[in-house]
Design a protein around this ligand. Structure first.
Ligand SMILES: Nc1nc2c(c(=O)[nH]1)N[C@H]1C(S)=C(S)[C@@H](COP(=O)(O)OP(=O)(O)OC[C@H]3O[C@@H](n4cnc5c(N)ncnc54)[C@H](O)[C@@H]3O)O[C@H]1N2
Ligand code: MOO
Length: 399
């Protein structure tokens, strides 16, 4: 495959050249944001036994069917210290939230509904059905699958693993993504700029995206516009899974990224994509290493990172969802267009999408407000305000 290919074909090619899976074991305290390499099963049941949901008295339901029932208190069951005897007729055990239900008991009378005098309680009400007992294994049983391979570990997932008595998990190794800028005009943020120089803004934004997708960005610096300078950066980079050259992707005399990677033994898979912005995006492989070449224009780099780098890192395709257009759209050209767009929830529970008025590929400001990429298929006809279009949500819509 080479030449100009469609977005769908580019995504297929990336999937066919997915990174080989590599796993490592980490403590759950270090596992936030990581992706499980294998399914995890519970080591314990939760709760481990029937538990009281309230502070009160564990009783036999048949003893408290009528208001005014009197029972004798024969012991205590606080959380962590089960009461070991079996409760008999007319007996109650003082129990606290999280205490294990003693054998023989099948109901909790909450303390607000009872009065105690010495070792005797009187129930204010009668009961028809058992209450306030959490059955063993209500959350999960020992041996249940808690999480599937591929799950991303956030707060809920980590709490679930800990509750399942799991201290370590096998997670996918974070791919190392080597970000390499290129251009004689580029200077780091904060530099004193001479005429013709511009600030190297793409790597810091790309690094943040890479991190947010669970990979590790590696700064390979700025290479000058010579084959040697770029080749040196490629050769001295250590343990990189995905090279991410940005800039020098087009056809100009100073666009040297492709030949430099070709000289380093990378074989082209595709050379450009019928996408806007970001047509010069290219992809090559060498053994287990990948190189995704992004154009230098900031919007092209950031949009194509969303479209092509994210699936390469995560192994997952984008999810398109529908949103209602807040303005009219002109007919699209021959390239699949991903417009930087503002997405917001509407009062009627829907989602609206409003493309930034200027879609030039050099602009960075639209990324500050945009939460979505609005997809327009090649040669799509004009669309009226209020119609439904496909979008990719890149962050949470505004409320
Ligand atoms: N004759 C043609 N010219 C161009 C074509 C084409 O098909 N034929 N394609 C255009 C398209 S589309 C794009 S996109 C750009 C991509 O160009 P490059 O990837 O070669 O990018 P550069 O020339 O290196 O830079 C473009 C632009 O972006 C600025 N830049 C570059 N790197 C950074 C950085 N790290 N941080 C901030 N800004 C950066 C650079 O200064 C340029 O202004 O090519 C078109 N040309
Ligand atoms: O594809 Mo380029 O990104 O249009 O400017």
């Amino acid at each position: 495959m080479s030449g100009l290919i469609s977005v769908a074909d580019a995504l297929d090619a990336l999937a066919q050249n997915a990174l080989p899976p590599r796993a490592e074991t980490v403590a759950i305290e270090q596992a936030h944001g990581r992706q499980l390499a294998e399914a995890v099963t519970a080591h314990v049941s939760r709760p481990p036994a029937d538990m009281s949901a309230m502070d009160g008295y564990a009783v036999r339901l048949e003893d408290v069917r009528k208001a005014g029932s009197r029972l004798s208190v024969i012991g205590e069951a606080p959380a962590g210290t089960p009461f070991e005897q079996t409760l008999g007729k007319g007996q109650a055990v003082r129990i606290f939230t999280g205490g294990e239900i003693p054998a023989g008991a099948d109901h909790i009378v909450i303390q607000e509904n009872s009065s105690r005098s010495g070792d005797e309680i009187t129930c204010a009400e009668g009961y028809e059905a058992p209450q306030f007992i959490r059955k063993a294994g209500r959350d999960f049983l020992e041996g249940d699958t808690l999480l599937e391979a591929g799950a991303i570990l956030g707060a809920g997932e980590l709490g679930l693993l800990a509750a399942g008595n799991i201290a370590e998990v096998k997670v996918r190794r974070r791919p190392r993504v080597g970000i390499l800028a290129n251009g004689n005009e580029l200077k780091p943020p904060g530099s004193e700029l001479k005429r013709g120089e511009i600030v190297n803004s793409n790597p810091v934004a790309l690094a943040e995206l890479v991190r947010s997708w669970g990979a590790e960005p590696v700064d390979l610096g700025i290479a000058e516009d010579t084959l040697n300078a770029i080749s040196e950066r490629i050769e001295s980079a250590e343990d990189i899974d995905i090279f991410l050259p940005v800039g020098g992707a087009s056809v100009g005399d100073h666009d040297l990224m492709r030949p430099a990677f070709a000289a380093a033994g990378f074989e082209p898979v595709f050379e450009k994509i019928a996408v806007r912005p970001g047509k010069p995006t290219w992809f090559s492989t060498r053994g287990d290493t990948r190189v995704l070449g992004l154009p230098g224009n900031p919007a092209s780099a950031l949009v194509c990172a969303q479209l092509f780098l994210k699936p390469l890192i995560t192994g997952q395709r984008h999810r398109l969802i529908k949103a209602r257009l807040a303005c009219d759209l002109k007919p699209n050209g021959p390239r699949e267009h991903y417009m930087r767009a503002f997405a917001a929830f509407t009062d009627d529970g829907g989602l609206s999408v409003d493309p930034a008025p200027d879609q030039d590929s050099s602009l960075i400001k639209p990324f500050v407000t945009s939460a979505a990429l609005l997809r327009r298929l090649p040669n799509a006809p004009e669309k009226k305000r209020g119609g439904l279009e496909d979008i990719i949500l890149t962050s949470l819509p505004r409320l």
